[in-house]
Design a protein. Structure first.
Length: 260
């Protein structure tokens, strides 16, 4: 095969990109994750009473910090008329575009639920300067790298809980998220940072292979997670909101089912 005319020099700058991202991204503080995890142990039985045929166990694994159990990202093949926030007949999950994870940061910042648009709180609060990055894949077809990086992987459990896992949703400034999606080295660096902050708090894979960590990892100076003022009140209000929102949606099972 001939030498390519246009060579890929991205490996030469990957370390610089990773170091820059470490300085500007925001992870949720571990104390906040602990509070959500503890709340989930009590919420589990209540939620099971009204979530229909949903397999709630995939959302309430040990140390789960899933804020909105039952909610997952809709893929293109599942979209139909008025699908958003409706219950999918195949598995009783709630299909969402990407708004539910935003509620987590909205409450931490402004103590209110997410709203977009010109006059929405997301833009006014400064959160509009950021994109949400999911560190670990929350779709069934997004797990190939994790299968390589962890010693054990359970293919039988769908990764839907990671869609609204509070520790899995990171704020990254607009325009800078793509490397966390496409660069294996940078993705692995973010895996390691997650484990440093929260441990291996997921049910699908475990046993991080340290030998695959990029050599430049030690050069990354990560921004420290912030504990916002009145964070306990804000998180409790987020959890009250999730209880009401989920119950409202599942109470309409008879007329809100989406058949695709």
């Amino acid at each position: 095969m001939n030498e390519p005319v246009f060579k890929d020099y991205s490996k030469d700058v990957e370390a610089n990109i990773a170091i820059a991202l470490g300085k500007v991204c925001h992870h949720i503080h571990p104390k906040i994750i602990e509070r959500i995890t503890k709340a989930n142990t009590g919420f589990k039985e209540e939620f099971k009473q009204y979530c229909g045929k949903l397999n709630s166990e995939i959302f309430f694994y040990q140390n789960s910090d899933c804020v909105f159990p039952g909610v997952r990202r809709c893929i293109n093949a599942e979209k139909s008329d008025k699908w958003k926030n409706k219950i999918y007949s195949e598995d009783y999950t709630i299909l969402n575009d990407n708004t539910f994870p935003r509620h987590i940061w909205a409450f931490l910042s402004e103590n209110k639920s997410y709203s977009g648009g010109t006059n929405g709180m997301w833009g006014k609060s400064g959160l509009g300067n950021f994109e949400l990055a999911h560190i670990f894949g929350h779709k069934t077809d997004e797990k190939e790298l994790e299968k390589k990086v962890f010693t054990t992987f359970n293919d039988n459990i769908p990764p839907y809980s990671l869609f609204t896992s509070a520790s899995n949703v990171v704020l990254i400034p607009n325009g800078l998220m793509k490397p966390t999606d496409k660069s294996e080295g940078i993705k692995i660096a973010f895996y390691k940072r997650h484990i440093e902050l929260y441990g291996e708090n997921f049910c699908i894979h475990n046993g991080f292979k340290e030998e695959l960590l990029p050599k430049y990892y030690s050069e990354i100076e990560w921004s420290e997670p912030i504990l916002p003022k009145d964070w306990k009140i804000k998180i409790d209000n987020l959890l009250k909101y999730r209880r009401k929102r989920l119950k409202d949606i599942y109470s309409k099972i008879d007329r809100e089912i989406v058949n695709l």
